[in-house]
Design a protein around this ligand. Structure first.
Ligand code: OAD
Length: 310
């Protein structure tokens, strides 16, 4: 069975393609006022300025190409079930060949209604070289607007994204400052026992989310290191038991806490690893991504279960 490799990307992955990030030096929000150009209030106040901003970004998309990082993620589909969850509004993942991409913050290649952004009959592909003009109408007769999630608007893909992250066997985060919620909260949904990687060239100091290995590099280089680690499986030995084995903490997203553990074939015990998930899930998930699990014991409602794997 193929493993689920879930990748969560932000502006950093497209930086080497020539699309500026938002919060780095020379970032978009250093030059432009986000509240004027990326909010409903800003659009109501000066729709022309907002359309000009997005028309320029739409046109620019025709001039840029996917980079090595986008292509490596597409290539990983040969070995894994890859799901890309991106905050980016460009189409570089798709153009590199990724087949399962969820855009949390919208897509520059689409337009929609300014009365009801999520009305399916108003959302449509729109040629990137055709500017959206004042007076262009959506199917419901309202002013056409870019299909972008502006600040304060509902992020309709979150539930699906959370579900996918919960199903991950391996979770990779690339090029995001993890400051824009709710998207940034996705890292909390990854199962506690799976390998997690974060690729970002900046020094994260204390800002690395729990359980992540930091690959401190630009995306175009970091993906090669990621592939190396996945191939060598040298993350296996890095699974860490919780600090306090006597009180495993249930994962906040799971309803049924379980006291449990597993052992590897060399009989090293990782107590408490299974604390958050149901018995079968632990065995399945760990066998799939670790491949060296010898067995599992668990105690739920006072019952001791012991399961020796074949
Ligand atoms: P940010 O600009 O906030 O963060 C970019 C991240 O990418 C930073 O952590 C950088 O260190 C990192 N980075 C820079 N160059 C990189 C490279 N070559 N390779 C890898 N990483 C690199 O961008 P996002 O986190 O994506 O929302 O921003 C989140 C949201 O804020 C965006 O989707 C956008 C913005 O407002 C909307 O427009 C709705």
């Amino acid at each position: 069975m193929r493993q689920n490799l879930v990748v969560f990307t932000g502006a950093g992955i497209s930086a080497e393609s020539g699309i500026p990030t938002f919060r780095d030096a020379n970032g978009m929000w250093g030059k432009y006022d986000a509240m004027k150009l990326a909010s409903v209030a800003g659009f109501e106040e000066d729709p022309q300025a907002v359309l000009d901003f997005y028309n320029a970004r739409r046109k620019n998309l025709l001039e840029v190409e996917p980079n090595h990082a986008h292509r490596v993620l597409a290539d990983l589909e040969k070995q894994y079930d890859v799901t890309i969850i991106t905050q980016n509004v460009d189409n570089l993942h798709e153009r590199a060949g990724s087949s399962k991409v969820l855009h949390l913050h919208g897509e520059l290649s689409k337009v929609t209604s300014s009365r009801n952004r999520l009305d399916p009959k108003c959302i449509k592909e729109y040629p990137l070289d055709v500017p959206i003009r004042l007076g262009d109408k959506a199917a419901d007769g309202s002013q056409l607007r870019p299909y972008i999630v502006w600040f304060g608007e509902y992020v309709d893909g979150m539930e699906l994204a959370e579900y996918w992250v919960q199903q991950a066997d391996i979770f990779v985060v690339i090029g995001t400052s993890l400051v824009v919620y709710p998207a940034a909260g996705l890292v909390e949904y990854a199962p506690s026992e799976i390998p997690k990687f974060l690729i970002d060239p900046k020094d994260l100091k204390g800002g690395l989310p729990a359980g992540f290995q930091h690959i401190k590099a630009k995306a175009v280089e970091g993906v090669d290191e990621l592939v190396r680690r996945l191939e060598s499986k040298d993350f296996i030995g890095r699974l860490q038991p919780p600090q306090d084995n006597n009180s495993p903490q249930p994962h906040p997203n799971h309803q049924r806490p379980m006291v449990g553990g597993l052992w590897l074939i060399d009989d090293m015990r990782f107590e408490g690893l299974g604390a958050a998930v149901e018995y079968g899930d632990i065995v399945d998930a760990l066998c799939r991504h670790v491949g060296r699990v010898g067995g599992l014991f668990a105690r739920e409602d006072g019952e001791i279960l012991r399961h020796q794997l074949e």
